[in-house]
Design a protein around this ligand. Structure first.
Ligand SMILES: C[S@@+](CC[C@H](N)C(=O)[O-])C[C@H]1O[C@@H](n2cnc3c(N)ncnc32)[C@H](O)[C@@H]1O
Length: 433
């Protein structure tokens, strides 16, 4: 008999990770979106393509909905999470983000708890799975609920309280709770458009609207989506003819208004990808404008302008209802940086308006540094400019110029008809030579 060979031990079967429950990929994408917005400071829309790569349309929509709702509810979700952990989890801990994703589904989006947690636990595999499971279970068993009116992030609430008072803070919180209405600007009074409330000439407001591309008049380019407050700067420029410069133009809502009002428009935009959207919008609406891709800080027009619109880049805190992430991105440093850029843009633009011509300055910001204080400095440095307050009939009912002649919309403005974005708008005229 030959030597006995040691019997080969059967190989231990490799441990198989159980397949992720259906729907996990959408939750993973929601986690990536929150991470991109809160840790990297990306806008939610800009983070979407990378965070949802490879997902089907429905899953992409779900990931977006979860992340957007989590951002609207962040301070309240975090307060619940902190109430159930012995020590606060770090802001950027994966466990905290995973819990935000699980809790917002159950407490705000109607996902049953077992489905919410089963699709989130794989996101923390090999990590704080037990902790996430435990905190989620403790909160749902205890019947945790989110407040009816969401809380604003503390820093924002404090800043707005100091600048605008308690009522504006309360209106801001209430405005986050409900989806805002959809406003359309019509290319002409005769344009085909869906039925809705009209708050101004060539305006329609729709509540619970169908997807935009399915609405009457979309294919014909008869209108474009534009919040009523965002339509006011171009309305204050009035009708052409004449040469108008839209200095920070994309995606082009105000360029299209100026073109529809008969101006010969030059639309300047620094970002080629955003200029592409401006081109698309002009093509759909068949409105004419000369698009220039350039930095307004080193470009100059060849002749003086009759009208100039500077809808300046800003912290964008006025559009928090549709883009709640702005509330987390707009810290004091960013506001200061934006105000400095606006001052440079304004000072250049001021030299390009002909004597007697009009300059409208606007920002979708709720921060005085980007509005009232910017104008104070500008007018002190440019004595050839004066404020021209809106006349009767130039603004929708419910919006009035303030005592300085500026238009300032805030949370609470037009609240009885669904509210509007926060904007600062100043119309100036350059003294005749
Ligand atoms: C508030 S958005 C404009 C929105 C646009 N007016 C509308 O109604 O659709 C500001 C725009 O200014 C552009 N921008 C920022 N800095 C610029 C610069 N230095 N020169 C030209 N455009 C600039 C941004 O890329 C952005 O598209």
């Amino acid at each position: 008999m030959g030597p006995m060979l040691p019997s080969a031990k059967p190989h231990a079967a490799p441990k198989r990770r159980p397949a992720d429950p259906p729907g996990t990929a959408a939750r993973r994408a929601a986690l990536r979106l929150l991470d991109a917005v809160l840790r990297r400071g990306d806008p939610l829309e800009a983070a979407l393509p990378a965070a949802t790569r490879g997902l089907e349309g429905a899953d992409r929509g779900l990931a977006h909905a979860i992340a957007a709702e989590a951002l609207r509810r962040l301070p309240d979700l975090d307060a619940l999470i902190d109430s159930a952990t012995r020590q606060p989890l770090p802001e950027d801990a994966k466990a905290r983000t995973a819990l935000r994703v699980a809790l917002v589904q159950t407490l705000a989006l109607g996902t049953p708890p077992h489905a919410a947690i089963a699709t989130v636990l794989p996101l923390v595999d090999g990590g704080p799975r037990k902790l996430v499971h435990g905190v989620f279970g403790a909160l749902t068993r205890a019947g945790a609920v989110l407040p009816e009116v969401p809380s604003l992030p503390l820093a924002v609430a404090e800043r707005w309280r100091a600048n605008w008072g308690d009522a504006v803070v309360a209106a801001g919180a209430a405005a986050i709770a409900a989806p805002p209405p959809l406003d359309l600007t019509l290319a002409s009074p005769a344009a085909a458009a869906p039925e809705g409330v009209s708050l101004a000439p060539d305006h329609r407001r729709l509540v619970d609207a169908a997807p935009v591309t399915q609405l009457n008049g979309y294919a014909e380019g008869a209108w474009w989506v534009q919040d009523i407050a965002a339509s006011l700067p171009a309305r204050l420029i009035g009708r052409g003819p004449g040469r108008a410069l839209d200095l920070c133009a994309a995606p082009g809502g105000k360029t299209m208004q100026l073109a529809a009002a008969g101006w010969d428009v030059t639309a300047l935009e620094i970002a080629p990808s955003r200029a592409a959207r401006l081109h698309e919008n002009l093509a759909r609406t068949r409105l004419p404008a000369t698009v220039v891709i350039a930095d307004a800080l080193d470009w100059s027009p060849s002749e003086p302008m009759d009208a100039l619109l500077l809808d300046a880049p800003c912290s964008a805190t006025g559009i928090f209802r549709r883009h709640p992430e702005v509330l987390y991105r707009a810290h004091a440093g960013l506001i200061k940086e934006m105000a400095a850029l606006q001052a440079r843009l304004l000072d250049r633009a001021a030299a390009w308006v002909r004597p007697g011509g009009c300059l409208v300055y606007a920002t979708c910001s709720l921060e005085p540094e980007e509005g009232e204080e910017q104008m104070k400095r500008f007018l002190a440095d440019n004595p050839d400019y004066a404020v021209v307050p809106p006349k009767a009939g130039e603004l929708p009912t419910g919006i009035e110029a303030n005592s300085d002649g500026y238009v300032r919309t805030l949370p609470g403005t037009l609240a009885d008809v669904g509210g509007c974005d926060g904007f600062f708008i100043a119309r100036l005229v350059r003294a005749s030579a």
